[in-house]
Design a protein around this ligand. Structure first.
Ligand SMILES: Nc1ncnc2c1ncn2[C@@H]1O[C@H](COP(=O)(O)OP(=O)(O)OP(=O)(O)O)[C@@H](O)[C@H]1O
Ligand SMILES: [Mg+2]
Length: 259
């Protein structure tokens, strides 16, 4: 692991009226690591992602990405700093093609002025070609290389739409990727393919945060797991440690603890 964590969460608390959605949550995620975040419905997992990605603006505590504080930054700036995510419910642009959905996820590192784009200068065309080539590479990486990039996103089967969401997040070239229940609605075979893909994402050196209810996927790919219950971290450790923790079994795992 690099000496500095990619993402550091320190003492984060979030309140919605009388609900304490997150209470003094602290953990770190390093490069090349998959961190699982598990817990019962309503435990605060999505709120955690929403807070890190800038959708929840009012919180106590500190969140640092590569050592930089994220407080106060709007979501697009946080993406530009290197954080991308997917959503629990698929959020694709329904009227856009597969390719355009991925292009929409790209944060343009490349220099392109408003004038270039308005005048369709040679530079504009070069940048467009480069962006398209990168988008196609990302589609290939997530296993959609054989899919027609010109097809409407909504014409894809459900499992492919889930992959497309991940492609759109990867297109931002993030340093931290947050996946909110990527296996939801997938069959067993698709879930294992997804697990393989997430391992390949880790191998590129990204830090991955995975919220997931499919314990077979979580236990087989996570390096470490944080367990939330009523907004609090009740355990963190390796899959083996977490699975053997009586508090985790009582709050969430129950019989699911058996692999
Ligand atoms: N925008 C909001 N306004 C008010 N309350 C909210 C809001 N978002 C979440 N909550 C509440 O915060 C708590 C945590 O919800 P959250 O969606 O983070 O849970 P979760 O762990 O993602 O659950 P699930 O596994 O069902 O997706 C719940 O009590 C929820 O009702
Ligand atoms: Mg959720």
């Amino acid at each position: 692991m690099e000496s500095e964590p990619r993402l550091a969460i320190r003492g984060v608390s979030v309140r919605f009226g009388g609900v304490e959605a997150l209470a003094d949550v602290s953990f770190e995620v390093g490069a090349g690591e998959i961190l699982g975040v598990i817990g019962p419905n309503g435990a605060g997992k999505t709120t955690l992602f929403n807070t890190i990605s800038g959708l929840v603006r009012r919180y106590e505590g500190e969140i640092h990405l590569d050592g930089r504080p994220l407080r106060g930054l709007p979501p697009q700036r946080i993406v530009a700093h290197g954080l991308a995510r997917t959503f629990q419910n698929i959020r694709l642009f329904k009227s856009l093609t597969v390719l355009d959905n991925v292009l929409a996820g790209q944060h343009r590192h490349i220099v392109e002025t408003v004038l270039d784009s308005a005048l369709h200068t040679p530079r504009y065309h070069r940048e467009e070609a480069l962006a398209t080539r990168r988008a196609l590479q990302v589609l290939h990486f997530v296993g959609l290389g054989a899919t027609d990039p010109g097809a409407l996103a909504t014409s894809l089967p459900y499992g492919a739409q889930r992959r497309l969401e991940i492609a759109r997040a990867l297109a931002a070239y993030p340093r931290v990727l947050m996946l909110d229940e990527p296996a939801a609605g997938l069959n067993t075979g698709e879930s294992w393919e997804l697990a393989t893909m997430i391992r390949r994402i880790r191998a590129t050196g990204l830090a991955v945060m995975l919220v997931e209810h499919d314990m077979r996927v979580v236990m087989s790919i996570c390096d470490r797991i944080v367990v939330l219950n009523f907004g609090r971290v009740i355990a963190q450790g390796t899959p083996a440690q977490v699975r053997a923790d009586p508090a985790v079994v009582a709050a969430y795992l129950g019989d699911a603890a058996q692999p």
